[in-house]
Design a protein. Sequence first.
Length: 431
Amino acid sequence: MSNIDPSDRTKGFLKKNLETLPHKKRIEYLNQKLRGIIQYAYKHSTAFKEKMESVGLKPKDIQTIKDLEKIPITKKADLVDLQKKNPPFGGFEGVPISELRRIYISPGPIHEPGEMEYNELGWAQGMYASGFRPGDIVINTFSYHMVPFALHMVDNSLHRIGCIVIPTGVGNTEQQVHILKTFKTTGFCGTPSFLLNIAEKAEEMGLDLKKDLNLQVGFVAAEMLPESLRTKLEEKFGMVIRQTYGTADIGCLGYECLKKNGMHIPDDKIVEIVDPSTGKQLGPGKTGEIVATSFNKVYPLIRFGTGDLSILTETPCPCGRTSPRLIKILGRVDQVTKVRGLFVHPGQVDEVASRYPQIEKYQVVVTRKEDRDEMTFRIELKKDAPRTEALKEEIEKTIRDVVKVRGEVEFLSEGSIPEGAKKIDDQRSWE
């Protein structure tokens, strides 16, 4: 059993001096950090220098968070295009490749440089705010394969707090249950839907989730977390589950505290909420796109557009943290969407369809059944093309290869997909 006093999980801060900064001091701190990264990136990142020069800017023109509006937003699609033209990192890297520890490849494909010493604060702040403490034994069920999140971000952040990590990755549900039981594991990192899979498998194996297992804290990401699912999992295990938000490109952009009062912005990022059509900053309480700036010198992404919509609040949080908070993630600006924790792009949908000349029209529909994402590739075939089981299976294999997420193919009659229909139709509803 864990020797961590449950009351210790409900108090304290990872970096109290930063997390409780008064508003005016926080702005001064962030403006100072911003000036430093702008000067560094202009000197060392060719892509950033070109972006500044394209609108006639010099580092001296960016002194405050408000000045960020002058810089064009970089979107995920821009990273893909620029990396194709200027491999491997599109000129966004701020150090020579010889100074990297690892290189990651995310769906897109997008290449991400992994710094020698991982110093990002956000994920660790979020874990601590969720109740993770030194000495916790944690299973990290995010994928360790190619992408940076599990190994680079989550694993390093758990180590920073003083947790012992069991790098399980996704899948092998029965074995994960045995690990939880054998090591009296206290912490879970992963998607909420995979934690539900583990719960169901453990119950199927005849275990009492509260008596036979020892999960106390959960840190979930990469999927929406409906309150109904959170409540179900917390009650099944007798644990606390808090969610976080970020991207593999730029890291953590928001984390819940125990007060469950929106997602605190970490102290090593600037997060703007902007009008998606103009890039102009919007005030608290207004819906807009989340645009983020990192102070990471190895990969200095400045004004990175996440494509996610949210609302910012600056009202005080009872936990004592003074950072602004994202109230919730409201959806996507574009048609890119997340399915089972991975982004699915319209370009990937086109790529699948382009391999089959017999496809006339196509559309991806994302739904949610029993707290799990389901992706259906709806297809209208050309008149002379036979609908065979073999073709269905072959396209489903291509979907796995290209999109990296399982999808089911459904053949439709002619005219079923209307003209001008979204390429990715996200029909999920969140409470």
